[in-house]
Each structure stands twice: as C-alpha cells, then as structure tokens.
Design a protein around this ligand. Structure first.
Ligand code: SF4
Length: 377
C-alpha cells in the first residue's frame, strides 16, 4: 500500500506537535545514510590525537563513523533540540574570581534522565503509530550527533565544531530517535558562519588548530571534565576560574542573540551552583562532594578531579584568604589534588614562604608528579 502525501504530512506534523508538547525547541527529520566525509573527519581527528585521553572515541570509531553501523535496519532519524539556555552572562561570571564557574549546561539537575524520558515517550508513540522499531539516543551512544543534526537541518556545525541554530542559538542538547520507518526528511542546514571568527578568537587556550577543527587536548571543557591526571601547566592560568567546562566559544557566537532562556530548565536550575565560593568547594571531602552534586552531571568526574580544578581556580584568584584551605590539601591522599595545591600556593604566597614550605614538605612527598610540582612551581 502506498503512503499518500497527506499521510506523510500528517505524520511529520504529528511528530512536530509531540516534540513541542514535550518541551523540545526544535525537531527535524533526516534520512539515514553513510557519510564518508564525516567518517574521514573522525578518522583524522583520532589519527592526529585530538581526542586526547578519550580512548573510547578510537575504540568506537567504526560504530561512530556511520549511524547505519550502529543500527543497519534504521531508515530515519528524528533529531530534537532541548534548550538549556539561562539568563546568565557567561563572561560576567568569569569576573568573580572568588567563585568557581560551572558550564551553563551543568547548572541544572542532570538532563539525561529528563530528556531520555521525553524521547522515550515520543518514540513509543511513534512505534505504535508506524508499527516500526525505534531506538533512542542521547549523548552516551557512539553516534556523531552534530553532523547528523546538520543534515537534518537543526543547525550547522560552526567553526567551533558545535551546533548553531538560526532560531535558538547554541544552548541546547541534542536528542535522537532512530526508526525503521521511512519518513520524509527536512532539508540540510547550510553553514552560515561567513567570515566571523569570534569563537576561534575568544578561546583562552587556542584549542582550534584551524576553523572547524578542535584539538580537545587544549580545550578547557576536556581538561576539566574528561582529563583525569595533572593538567599541563601551560593551560592553568588560561583556565581562570572555570572549574567545570567552558562556555566561551558558544557565548561568543553572534547567533546566540536568538537564544532564549528555557522555562523548563529554570525549574531544574541549581541556584547554589551559579557562583559557588571556592573556599566552600575546597573544603569538600568525598561525602560532601557527592551530597552537593547529587543528580548532577558533575558527580561523574569524582571529587579529586573536581578539587584539582577548584585549586587551579584558587591559584588564579589572587585571594590569599584561600591559603589555609589550600594548605590543608597538601596532605590530601590524591596526588592530583596535592600537586595542584602546590601550584596554587606558589601563586598565593610569596617566594620566601613558598621556598620554606618546599623545604619542609617536598622530601616527604612520594609521588613523582607532585615532586615535580614542588620543583617547578
Ligand atoms: Fe576554547 Fe573554551 Fe571553546 Fe574549549 S570550550 S574550545 S577552551 S573557548
């Protein structure tokens, strides 16, 4: 039996209504196919080592390279945008050096469960309606969502490699539903960056070797969230008080003038995370960290990595009032914490005091990385 044009339009319209009813800001449809160009870009990204210690990217390269490897029977993807915009100026937040800055997307309760629940409801409805199988993906599957979203017309990958939408800017998560059903696709979006290079020029750590290429190893988002060990001293000053992620390249994009704060996200907002005091964060033990970041994406990086980041912010704060808190962390069981406590103190106390401290503490240090900090800080 042939599907009529009016049936097709009715289904497309019904998907749009369902998505909007669940609070998604935009929805687009794309026919799934192999994408050799994106597969080659991914291959180069990994071959150049730009994925840093994110070994899982290389491990899942074959599946990531094409959505059809992930699920060969899939025919169509429905790509949805969940706005997480807030009425906060990301650049203003960086000026309060006594606070730690957490990336906008992590200022709310963890979005995974919320968005996954919404996607599943739409997917179940679609399965019932089309009698075809479905699968739901958000952010954890080996799927190149951004190029797929561009093909679907949700936006385009800007020079910072993130997705930009003419309608809603860049503050949004992408959720995806795959279906075996064939549904009339939308037109792909075209690149509208033009000669603008605001996102490239604002980057504090020069993480873009070229437009449309990101070297994750230099990106503060990667360094503060994904990277487990010591953070290279070359990046520490540039991190300022960013302790979880970085919003600069997104915030610099002029298309964000179309972004709107999300009412739904406002309801999930964690006010206490908007400008947490470094003095309080540095006092967190494992139990305190878990309690503060219950139901938050931040919990996943663990207390030690988080305190490492907060110590770098303390070192950049110029606030000698933080010295007692930092001193207490010189005896922390985690080497990444002790090392950054050494670095922070080297910036917060004068050279004679630091030299005396080095004499007192360095010989008792057993970890090579921490000893190196004492020697080089
Ligand atoms: Fe640079 Fe920050 Fe963008 Fe990373 S998130 S590329 S550090 S501006």
């Amino acid at each position: 039996m042939r599907t009529s044009i009016s049936d097709v339009n009715t289904l497309r319209q019904a998907i749009g209504e369902r998505a909007s009813g669940e609070g998604f800001s935009a929805v687009r449809i794309v026919k799934l196919s192999a994408d050799p160009l994106q597969a080659e870009r991914l291959r180069q990204f990994i071959a150049q080592g730009h994925n840093g210690s994110m070994a899982w990217m290389a491990e899942t390269e074959a599946r990531r390279a094409s959505p059809l490897v992930l699920w060969p029977e899939a025919r169509t993807a429905i790509v949805l945008a969940q706005n997480y915009g807030q009425d906060l100026d990301p650049f203003e937040r960086l000026k309060d050096k006594g606070s730690g800055v957490i990336s906008l997307y992590a200022l709310n309760r963890d979005y995974h469960d919320l968005v996954k629940g919404k996607l599943k409801r739409i997917a179940q409805w679609l399965k019932h309606r089309t009698k075809k199988e479905i699968k739901v993906f958000i952010d954890t599957a080996p799927l190149m969502e951004k190029p797929l979203a561009q093909k679907a017309g949700l936006g385009w990958q800007g020079k910072h490699t993130n997705l930009v939408s003419r309608d809603i800017g860049s503050w949004f998560f992408i959720g995806t539903i795959f279906t075996e059903a064939e549904i009339e696709p939308d037109a792909a979006e075209e690149d509208r960056c033009g000669s603008c290079r605001a996102c490239l020029d604002i980057c504090p750590t020069n993480a873009f070797p070229a437009p449309y290429q990101l070297d994750a190893r230099r990106c503060i988002s990667y360094l503060t969230i994904e990277h487990e060990g010591h953070i290279d001293s070359a990046f520490r000053q540039a991190m300022g008080n960013r302790i979880y992620g970085c919003d600069d390249c997104l915030a610099a994009c002029p298309w964000n003038k179309f972004a709107q704060a999300s009412h739904e996200v406002k309801l999930m907002a964690r006010e206490e995370l908007k400008a947490p005091r470094l003095a309080d964060l540095l006092a967190l033990d494992d139990v305190g960290f878990r309690a503060l970041f219950t139901a938050s994406a931040i919990k996943r990086i663990g207390r030690d990595r988080f305190i490492r980041n907060a110590l770098i912010a303390a070192g950049n704060s110029g606030d000698a009032g933080l010295v007692p808190r930092v001193m207490a962390l010189l005896g922390d069981p985690a080497p990444v914490v002790r090392a950054m406590a050494v670095w922070a103190l080297s910036r917060l106390i004068g050279e004679p005091d630091f030299a005396q401290l080095r004499n007192e503490r360095m010989n008792g240090e057993t970890d090579d990385g921490v000893r190196r900090e004492w020697e080089t800080a």
